[in-house]
Design a protein around this ligand. Structure first.
Ligand SMILES: NC(=O)c1ccc[n+]([C@@H]2O[C@H](COP(=O)([O-])OP(=O)(O)OC[C@H]3O[C@@H](n4cnc5c(N)ncnc54)[C@H](O)[C@@H]3O)[C@@H](O)[C@H]2O)c1
Length: 317
């Protein structure tokens, strides 16, 4: 089966490309490389350097494909507050274009990268898929709008789809071409930033007075290899006319201080930090209830925070 991986030169998409190739899938990539890296494209893979905003690029990239894994998009919460129109355009209008071109090409299988940002401030934790969705920033609102658009597409055109709501993705994959890891600029994710912390430029801890045991925010981290494993299981489980939503995390939480402690152990010295004020819209605790994915996809994440830190560290060397 040939799968179109949109965003296939980005952090998570490039890991998907490598894993799918290893498992015998054929791959096409559509990516404009706005935040991705063309050097991650493996030799021999069909690569359209183009945009979700250009239907011709999408149609070309879809040639010969039977399914789509849709990772492409804008994903910085802070930037989405500054540029909500850009986020709506790329994420929502871009996905509309993709769905229309899939329909034109008769391709009816889709796995989409959604986000925990669709839920906003949780009323209950761990968060289940049927929790209220009240995004607190434009990025989360675009992911929710896309999930709703995909539900409508399944109902009206009968596509088989899954939205995977990631919590915090971390870790890296060592491929035959070297490490596939986070190369975001700016990097907003905690683990790479903790590992890059220096006495001159210490990593910031946003709030040390949260209602948590050590006063820092608690988040749920999932290793990118476990995450891609869930994508492949979701692809195999797709049913025509159905749109399933699954949370992907570990089902467990780590505080910012616990992540820093794990990183300090990995590097062998105490990571320098500095206290900073709380950020608006940051909930104290975000933990996924992953029982639906475990049950329906027979998926179990097996890689813990120590391995996420160790792989990220190895990728930075
Ligand atoms: N990293 C996380 O923790 C996390 C959490 C929740 C959801 N997600 C979602 O997962 C997906 C992948 O995230 P990532 O961390 O790999 O980000 P990334 O920025 O590394 O990858 C996104 C890719 O999309 C491409 N892209 C952007 N706009 C495009 C356009 N108009 N046309 C074609 N390609 C375009 C970029 O060049 C990049 O390669 C995103 O949709 C993101 O919202 C990520």
């Amino acid at each position: 089966m040939r799968v179109l991986v949109t965003g296939g030169t980005g952090y998570i998409g490039s890991t998907a490309v490598d894993t799918l190739l290893t498992q015998g899938f054929e791959i096409s990539i559509l990516d404009d490389c706005s935040t991705g890296h063309a050097d991650s494209v493996p030799a021999g893979v069909s690569f359209t350097q183009g945009s979700l905003l250009n239907p011709v690029d999408i149609a070309n990239a879809l040639t010969g494909c039977e399914a789509v894994m849709h990772f492409a998009g804008k994903s910085l919460v802070g930037e989405s507050v500054q540029k909500p129109d850009l986020y709506h355009s790329v994420n929502v209008d871009g996905t509309r274009n993709l769905l229309d071109q899939m329909h034109n090409a008769g391709i009816a299988q889709l796995v989409f990268s959604s986000s925990a940002a669709t839920y906003g401030e949780p009323l209950e934790t761990p968060i289940k898929e049927n929790a209220p969705t009240k995004p607190t920033n434009p990025y989360g609102a675009t992911k929710l709008a896309i999930d709703q658009m995909i539900s409508a597409e399944a109902a009206s055109r009968g596509i088989a789809a899954a939205s995977l709501r990631y919590f915090n993705v971390a870790g890296a994959l060592k491929s035959a071409r070297g490490w596939l890891a986070e190369r975001h600029n700016p990097e907003t994710h905690l683990i790479p930033n903790v590992l890059r912390s220096t006495p001159e430029n210490p990593v910031k801890i946003f709030g040390t007075d949260w209602p948590t045991p050590d006063g820092t925010c608690i988040r749920d981290y999932v290793h990118v290899i476990d995450l891609i494993d869930a994508h492949i299981k979701a692809l195999h489980a797709l049913k025509p006319g159905n749109h399933d939503i699954y949370n992907l995390g570990s089902g467990d939480g780590y505080s910012v201080k616990e992540v820093i402690a794990a990183a300090s152990t990995a590097v062998g010295f105490e990571i320098p930090t500095t206290a900073a004020p709380r950020r608006d819209g940051d909930p104290a605790v975000l933990i996924a209830d992953i029982n639906k994915a475990k049950r329906a996809l027979d998926w179990i994440p097996t890689r813990g925070i120590e391995l996420m830190v160790a792989d990220t560290l190895a990728s930075l060397k």
